[in-house]
Design a protein around this ligand. Structure first.
Ligand code: ADE
Length: 261
């Protein structure tokens, strides 16, 4: 069970997200608990003000430190990460998601308006994360992205755990193309190999498609994880940094299968 405390000025943004699909299932199964905390409730200002002009001038309002500090202290425990979503943070990826997966509790601070006061970042924030090189109006959508990516990896949330392990980015590759019924749609047929019943060939076709797609769309991932090659009938990426761990190939996070069975 992981508890995610989300500090936000807009708790209602999360209601639909948390009541549908995977985030809802994760909560129903007792694997995820999300506490929405309204930062404004902690403002000591008589008008419940939470923002102010920037020292030094310039456009945009900055979230004031007092309500943020009080809200953080309300849920803070020793040694739990306090995440702030910002375009200035480390770019989020599947490995980073897996780093948080086994934690019991996390705090997420959602900024809004131009920024939050730097002193909150200096004193309370432990991890700064970006979900991409573009600017959103606040940290609420990134917090939902993060929570969803965690929720779907929690035990028993996705009925077929193999499904999560074969997703894009789980093995350093983008996912392969998928087809379902009907066999023929608008003149386009499902690739023959997928109806051949030959699982070895199907696995190989999927791997080749994943490698082709990754090379074309995200050559940076190949550069980082090494070229893929066929060795003794198995696909390996030669310069993989992954090490065997209790008989399983892992990169500390994802259970890679041993190459020799
Ligand atoms: N807040 C605003 N834009 C963001 C982004 N791209 N990633 C994370 N947090 C943000």
């Amino acid at each position: 069970m992981i508890t995610i405390n989300i500090l936000t000025l807009f708790p209602y943004m999360f209601k639909g997200f948390l009541s549908e699909s995977i985030p809802n299932i994760a909560q129903q199964k007792g694997q995820l608990s999300v506490h929405l905390i309204d930062i404004r409730d902690f403002s000591e200002d008589k008008h419940r003000k939470v923002d102010d002009y920037q020292y030094g001038g310039g456009a945009g309002l900055v979230m004031t430190p007092q309500p943020l500090a009080s809200a953080i202290n309300h849920v803070l425990k020793p040694d739990i990460p306090v995440i702030y979503f910002t375009p200035q943070g480390q770019l989020l990826n599947q490995n980073i998601i897996r780093k948080y997966l086994n934690l019991q509790e996390i705090i997420i601070v959602c900024g809004h308006y131009k920024e939050i006061d730097q002193r909150i970042r200096d004193k309370y924030i432990t991890d700064e994360i970006s979900i991409g090189d573009y600017v959103l109006s606040g940290g609420e959508l990134p917090a939902m992205v993060f929570t969803d990516a965690i929720a779907r990896l929690l035990d028993n949330v996705i009925s077929d755990p193999d499904s999560a392990l074969t997703d894009s980015h789980e093995n350093g590759l983008l996912g392969h193309p998928c087809y379902t019924r009907p066999y023929e749609f608008e003149g386009m047929k499902v690739p023959e190999v997928l109806v051949s019943g030959n699982h070895k060939e199907i696995d190989n076709w999927r791997k080749v498609k994943s490698i082709e797609l990754t090379k074309k769309i995200r050559p940076d991932i190949i550069m980082e994880n090494g070229e893929w090659e066929m060795n003794n009938g198995k696909w390996t990426n030669g310069v993989s940094p992954f090490k065997p761990n209790n008989g399983k190939w892992t990169n500390g996070v994802s259970p890679f299968k041993p190459n020799n069975g």
